[in-house]
Design a protein around this ligand. Sequence first.
Ligand code: SF4
Length: 353
Amino acid sequence: MGAVVAKPEILALTEEELAAQITPDGHKKFRAQQVFQWLHLKQVFDVRKMTNLKADFQDYLLEKFNFPDFQILNQRQSPSDHTAKYLFAYGKRQVESVWLPYENRQSICVSVQSGCSLDCSFCATGKIAFKGNLTAGEILAQVYGMQQLYERRITNIVFMGMGEPFYNYDNVLRAADLIAHQHGLNISRRRITLSTSGVLPGIKRFVEEKQPYRLALSLHAVFPEKRAAIMDIEEKFNFLDVLEYLRAHRAELQQGQLMFEYIMIDGVNIFPDDAQELARWANLLRAKVNLIPMNTEFNGMRRPSDEKIYDFWRALVERGVVAVNRKSPAKDIDGACGMLAGRQAETTALDSP
Ligand code: SF4
């Protein structure tokens, strides 16, 4: 008996790939654009609601492709800043995503793996079981699943939830390309950010491919021993090699394309010598620095006082660095960076629309 061939995931196909799949079966090419727009522009996943498609073509699509299949099991909204965290389930795998409303933009943070194979000591995600990479369709389902719930259009997307994007490179880049497609959400590529903990082969590929997305390097420490103490990845990819590579190839990245993410942890990485070294690298690489105060106490680590946060920020700015002291959103729902940890026990079923 031959192996069962899985049906293609319709949400992960480009318009051209969809056309290439349906035309040999006698369907017109323009049907691919119609289907693509239902999925990616209107976020309609129920083929029976795709009203300009005939019933027999709808039957054909259901027969030939896998349609998005997910549930939103839980949602928690912060009373203080209206940030909302969603728990998406694809069968037994669960991931979290965050809706981050700002005055002039609407950001979301999505996951790329279920759990994470790395174990950064300040991050709750690293402590839960790793259940593998998400498919491109599963990544997109978070984006579109949240868009379905809100009237405000998503303007910015960060791949900074659960998981390491460069351990799931192909699916993450495919999802980003589909989000930016002109017949879909059409989000500017400069408003889509991939955040890596420093996976050098992925960074090299990103640069060599001249990817247009923003690249955020989760640095969090600028001395080898200190970084090794809080980030596992340091054993595999030394951050100094990553920074030297980026320095050698900085001209191949656009102005404003590179950022450093830096979680501020009290008593760990916000001393004056940390600021001095961070500023040196930020200036060398013309990288903006996003400072993110640890949002809650975790694993014996805690948020610094407001005074220490201000002093560290000022030490960077005084050295000419563009540093943003990003408040940790959703403090009250554990929704900020590195804190997507899945409180699955509290789930209340909410069917996906
Ligand atoms: S911070 Fe990112 S890379 Fe580190 S354990 Fe958490 S999810 Fe994984």
